[in-house]
Design a protein around this ligand. Structure first.
Ligand code: UTP
Length: 289
């Protein structure tokens, strides 16, 4: 059966980014660059590659640099143009007016609440969610792979990524059922389980395809782990009512909300770049000798 197309992506970017202070006092975490592109650009590119047509950013105070990034930079473009500079580098930042919507989450009281803030824009269709501080590297991209999986099974498909047992208390974790290749049936979900109690080591690294019914659940949901309104708790209620799978992602994942992960992403992606890769390799060899 053909599934309803995933046309809309929600990017919750209302968080405070406290782990990166003072860098994130005036600059949103999502605007921190990995090599020469801000984190948000990687997530947006991944969405476009997956066939997403509408982008919804759930922002907060101090996040206006994200809006500027996806706008015309009139003076910059005029000046570059008059100097004969190549403007194609800015192409991924430009969208047809109306394809991007900004919604404000007045208070950062949890990821579930941030997603719920986008309910009117999402409407009654399945939608994708991207946490831009999770940088997923693969060809095809992580969401394109998830959309292909969703087209087979429908319902809800979250990304799944295996982490060492001693890290399961940091994430939303899947209780797995039957396994068919990359697709794992989801029998339960738990947010940040205490060490030793996790039902598996399959965590959800910030990529989701969900049915719109999750918005109705979020409507009345109270705070969960960390006293925040958790997306995981709302998703858990869909299990048993709609198909729910995790798609095991086999590519590279960098947690760029964390300093070590962010540094690793910069290092790994710099090594891949033709113009700087060799310089970095030499530097690393000399440093680590
Ligand atoms: P994090 O847990 O990484 O929180 O949020 P954070 O505020 O961004 O960063 P730290 O922990 O203080 O350093 C995961 C994702 O959920 C979004 C964040 O913007 C990030 O993309 N989020 C979180 C919201 O949009 N609103 C919230 O209320 C909470």
């Amino acid at each position: 059966m053909a599934q309803a197309k995933v046309r809309t992506a929600v990017f919750p970017v209302g968080g405070l980014g406290t782990r990166f202070l003072p860098a994130t006092k005036a600059v949103p975490k999502e605007m921190l660059p990995v090599v020469d592109r801000p984190l948000i650009q990687y997530a947006v590119d991944e969405a476009i590659e997956a066939g997403i047509e509408r982008l919804v950013f759930v922002t907060g105070r101090g996040k206006s640099a994200i809006e500027d990034h996806f706008d015309i930079a009139y003076e910059l473009e005029q000046t570059m143009g008059s100097r004969g500079k190549d403007l194609s580098v800015l192409a991924p930042t430009r969208f047809t007016p109306g394809d991007i919507t900004y919604v404000r989450q007045q208070e950062p009281i949890g990821l579930g609440h941030a997603v719920w803030c986008a309910r009117h824009v999402v409407g009654n269709e399945p939608f994708a969610i991207f946490l831009p501080d999770e940088l997923m590297v693969a060809t095809p991209g992580c969401m394109a792979q998830m959309v292909a999986a969703y087209e087979k099974v429908g319902g809800n498909v979250v990304c799944g990524y295996e982490v060492p047992e001693d890290q399961t208390d940091k994430y939303g974790i899947v209780e797995p059922g039957s396994i068919d290749g990359e697709l794992v049936e989801v029998k339960g979900l738990v947010e940040k389980p205490k060490l030793g109690t996790a039902p598996s080591n399959l965590m959800i690294p910030g990529r989701y395809i969900l049915q719109p019914e999750v918005m109705r659940i979020l409507e009345t949901q109270g705070p969960g782990a960390g006293n925040e309104i958790q997306l995981t708790d709302a998703m858990a209620q869909l299990i048993g009512q709609q198909p729910f799978h995790a798609f095991k992602f086999g590519g590279e994942r960098y947690d760029c909300g964390d300093k070590a992960g962010f540094a690793q992403a910069n290092f790994a992606l710099s090594l891949e770049r033709e113009e700087i890769g060799e310089k970095l390799r030499e530097f690393a060899r000399a440093r680590l000798r």
